[in-house]
Design a protein around this ligand. Sequence first.
Ligand code: F0G
Length: 362
Amino acid sequence: MSLGARPSSSPRPRLLDRFRQFLPLSEATPSLSLGEGATPLIRAERLGLTVGAPNLYLKIEGQNPTGSFKDRGMVVAVAKALESGAKAVVCASTGNTSASAAAYGAAAGLEVIVVLPRGQIALGKLLQALAAGARVVAVDGNFDDALRIVRALAEQGEHPVTLVNSVNPFRLEGQKTAAFEVCEDLGRAPDILAIPVGNAGNISAYWQGFREYADAGLADSTPAMWGFQAAGAAPLVHGRPVERPETVATAIRIGAPASWEKAMAARDESGGRIEAVSDDEILAAYRDLARLAGVFCEPASAASVAGVRKMAAAGALDPDATVVAVITGHGLKDPQTAERQVPGVIEAAPTLGAVAVALGWT
Ligand code: F0G
């Protein structure tokens, strides 16, 4: 019996190796990977027609190892922390950063400390951090309070600990690699990159990535950056911090983004925009992503598609434009929101007849 030819595909590339020329790595940087990056860019035709963006693509960042885009930056930040001899890392988080820090810290053998706003973290994310052995401290305050605390923790000298929030420059260096992949998969830069905005690190990282790719002569253009915040947590839209941010999209429930200036520069330099979308608009896009594109994401991720729909309805989107919406995190992260958005299970006795009746077939 012949075994036949082996499939010709190459092994899954490691993010640190694949984009080495663009990353601040040295010979001494340890190799680290949980299989991050190389996420799919899919054409979402049915969804695109429904929202008024016929050439809509989705960059599915929920397919990273811990289910969000954070893994791209975390692998670089944790590798560099190891290189510098760190024994512990710390972060504040609305959930995904902590899940990612906990996983990469566990793989690297580092102690991980997480400070979270109490009661405001989606269940899946909290469990990810705890399962990976992170020490999780919940404070009565919001994300902005937690970030203030961990910045101070990283500055005190008694218990040395490296900050791995996106104010750590290695995080943005890693996250920018998603922009390279978008250009590689499309064969060009998109016209518009639509992205949810919370602490504003990711929009800043994508913009850096698109610029570097064009500067290297690998793309002819850069996209307009379209950032979308939740209406109850939209400091960049209002031009001032929001003291009590509120939104169903807990991942982007942030009132004082750390990368404020960088995000504004991304908007202005790219000829883009930063707008607000309501919770209802976010949840409508969240349901449509699953039902019309087969992509189950968390609510914050749907802000990108909600924003595209809103701009299209306002006549601000050229229907010929190639639009990439970044889908930042997986739907299973937040089962409690999902449960409130889906129809109920149909119950029936265990017989063909009863199931047929339940389905309305007879
Ligand atoms: N989407 C998801 C799923 C997120 O978790 C976040 C941020 C964003 C979008 C916004 O990205 O902050 O770079 O503008 N989550 C952070 C966290 C704040 O702690 O997990 P951003």
